[in-house]
Write a protein that binds this ligand. Structure first.
Ligand code: BDR
Ligand code: CA
Length: 311
């Protein structure tokens, strides 16, 4: 069996960038394209930052810019977490890799129509606007997706951008609802998992001690990125969200979850973007997602250090 074909849809963000590095360093995966979406920072910066990560990895995967705002709402960004550029913490040059000329949504649609049905996995690391736009515009491609793995939501941990909602789902709840109602196999990496994958000082030092430019950059990013959550939660490190999506594809044995029903709140202002996860299966609603809850954090960081050390 050859490597699994994936498209990474992303809004980098330091943790998105580490996820991209992990994917590019892993022979189990073939990254067909990276599609940028507005989220942590506006679209021109996420499209730039994705190319910074690709170039840092020494690869030439094509990067395309997609939707610059959510389906029905104004864009909310997170510079308070990720810094003004979205990738604060490492001093890296502007990328020379040109941005692809096509719109990311067209790339998603065309790739899914061209590749054999059921062979492309979509990895979503930001608001789900690009994916939902592709599914709404070209319903024929939905059934051609192998599966979706996304970082978003939270149930036992509550939210991070509001008490009820996690950032990616909060920014575009209608898009998240479209994806969750697509009928596709969806695996969700929520805050319930990522709040157990903490970037402790020791773990960050492991990247620094790789002694490579990539290791230095990752350590710088994580130092910057963790300060917000360490202050907020009083934890030993920040949650390393998005790399868990890629890690699950490579080492699903590091995670545990349940197949349950998950719905997204789109009507209420108070709980906008809340993921109502029926962990205890009390709603009678049909399960539509594999909701992860546990991670072997040491195993995750061993994987990350090993793979990023290869770049
Ligand atoms: C998610 O929001 C972003 O800030 C991170 O990149 C991650 O995708 C965590 O809530
Ligand atoms: Ca992200």
């Amino acid at each position: 069996m050859g490597p699994r074909k994936i498209i990474i849809d992303t809004d980098p963000g330091q943790d998105d960038a580490v996820a991209i590095l992990l994917a590019l360093a892993s022979p189990e995966l073939e990254v067909l394209a990276i599609t940028a979406v507005a989220g942590n920072v506006p679209l021109p910066l996420t499209a730039r930052n994705a190319r910074v990560a690709v170039e840092l990895a020494g690869r030439t995967v094509p990067v395309f810019a997609g939707c610059d705002r959510p389906l029905e709402r104004a864009l909310v960004t997170a510079e308070h977490v990720h810094g003004r550029t979205g990738l604060d913490g490492a001093d890296l040059p502007d990328p020379s890799l040109p941005l692809g000329e096509r719109h990311a949504v067209d790339v998603l649609i065309e790739t899914l129509r061209t590749e054999p049905a059921g062979t492309v996995t979509l990895c979503a690391l930001g608001p789900l606007t690009n994916l939902a736009t592709a599914f709404r515009r070209a319903p024929d491609v939905v059934g051609r997706v192998q599966q979706i793995v996304l970082m978003g939501g939270g149930f036992f941990e509550g939210g991070n951008i509001t008490p009820a909602a996690e950032f990616n789902i909060f920014v575009d709840p209608e898009a998240a609802q479209t994806v969750l109602r697509s009928g596709l196999p969806v695996t969700i990496v929520p805050l319930d998992v990522t709040h157990k994958a903490l970037t402790t000082p020791h773990r960050i030092d492991r990247f620094r001690h790789l002694g490579t430019p990539v290791g230095q950059a990752v350590a710088g990013w994580l130092d910057f990125f963790e300060r917000f959550d360490v202050e907020k939660y009083g934890s030993e490190g920040g949650p390393l969200h998005d790399p868990c999506v890629i890690a699950w594809l490579i080492r699903p044995d590091l995670f545990k979850g349940r197949h349950i029903n998950v719905e997204v709140e789109t009507a209420s202002d108070l709980t906008r973007g809340m993921t109502v996860a029926d962990w205890w299966r009390v709603s009678g609603r049909t399960p539509n997602a594999n909701w992860l809850r546990e991670v072997d954090a040491d195993g995750l960081f061993n994987l990350l250090v090993d793979r990023i050390g290869r770049l």
